[in-house]
Design a protein around this ligand. Structure first.
Ligand code: SF4
Ligand code: SF4
Length: 346
């Protein structure tokens, strides 16, 4: 049976020491061979986010990779939305401001999608999507360690390893494809044409005509962010087909694993500072679950299920009105891993 290794969070414990033991016991670095180019896929946190992954843990992971003869680097893609990680230069600055420097982590930070405006490679997949745009760098790496921070997410209920490689390894085109699986509709019986949605939209996408918002005339570049949905004073804006987004994440994760090779990828998930919103928010909202610990596995489905079994699915359902199991069960259905696992607590 698939194993998920777990070290519980101890308020007064030496978590760096426990993390090093977890790396050795779990075998998540054992697939690395001399000379391998090893990507550590992580999220440095939107500028100002206080709860992102801490770079001190990354250093121990980097050192473990170097000990095995691998050549590690830290990586992430640029964002579709225009904020502090929209292009590679800003993303580098953001990473340094959050402590992801060579001095701290012992590895360089390389933006996966060039300067941030590459179309990427089209990779076929199954499930909710037929194909997806991924950054070209993923064709060139030998091994990947997916180092995730578990937290809530307004569109997929939670974000862990699946979201880290699905949204996090896609180019801007791939990110837009996944976000637009969610539909946006306006109930014209509630819309009074006030224009708040237009004022709040970062890209001025809403079209207001004759006292109403006309979505059929709007840009196909709207990523369902969904600021206007939250800000509409009459609650006229509805997000529909919401379950398609977490299913699209699983579909994209399949494309990634088919491209890189399932046996070349392993996972570490940090379940502390579990916030309402994801690390893409500078202010991700309140902490919605207590600190749990750190998970490690070679199975992407098992590690996500183990986290949700510890955290409880209801906390994410309550926060976001969507089951966090949708993406995990879809990933299992697509053959990415197993829902059954053996928890090995250290
Ligand atoms: S904010 Fe809501 S009510 Fe106002 S124009 Fe937009 S959709 Fe209509
Ligand atoms: S969801 Fe609304 S606020 Fe967000 S990009 Fe689309 S139109 Fe703009």
């Amino acid at each position: 049976m698939t194993s998920v290794f777990f070290t519980p969070w101890k308020e007064w414990g030496n978590m760096f020491g426990k993390f090093r033991k977890l790396l050795e016991a779990s075998g998540v670095v054992d697939h690395i061979q001399k000379g391998d180019l090893v990507a550590i896929k992580l999220h440095v946190g939107e500028l100002g986010n206080p709860h992102h992954l801490k770079p001190g843990y990354v250093r121990y992971l980097v050192d473990a990779i170097i000990e095995r003869g691998g050549k590690p680097f830290i990586t992430d893609t640029t964002t579709y939305y225009k904020a502090s990680r929209h292009n590679a230069l800003d993303h580098h600055h953001n990473a340094r401001m959050h402590g992801f420097t060579y001095e701290t982590t012992h590895a360089p930070f390389i933006v996966a999608d060039g300067l941030g405006f590459e179309e990427g490679i089209v990779v076929p997949t199954e499930g909710e999507m037929e194909s997806v745009h991924l950054a070209q760098l993923w064709e060139q790496v030998d091994k990947v360690i997916v180092f995730s921070h578990c937290k809530g997410h307004p569109q997929s209920a939670f974000g862990g390893a699946i979201k880290n490689i699905a949204m996090g390894c896609a180019t801007k085109a791939g990110k837009l494809e996944q976000h637009r699986m969610v539909g946006l509709e306006v109930d014209l019986s509630k819309c009074d044409g006030c224009g708040v949605c237009l004022d709040k939209c970062p890209d001025d996408f809403p079209v207001i005509e004759n006292g109403a918002r006309i979505t059929s005339k709007e840009s196909e570049e709207c990523m369902r962010c969904p600021i206007c949905h939250a800000e509409c004073p009459t609650k006229a804006i509805e997000l529909v087909d919401r379950e398609r987004m977490p299913k699209a994440l699983a579909s994209t994760a399949k494309a990634f694993l088919d491209l890189v090779g399932t046996d070349n990828v392993s996972y570490i998930s940090m379940a502390t500072n579990i916030t309402w919103g994801c690390d893409c928010f500078a202010a991700p909202g309140e902490i919605i679950a207590p600190d749990i610990g750190i998970f490690a596995s070679n199975d992407i489905v098992a590690i996500e299920k183990a986290f949700l079994d510890k955290a409880g699915t209801e906390v994410f359902e309550k926060a976001h009105g969507l089951s966090p199991l949708i993406e995990v069960e879809e990933a299992a259905r697509l053959g990415l891993g197993k829902l059954e696992y053996q928890l090995m607590e250290l």
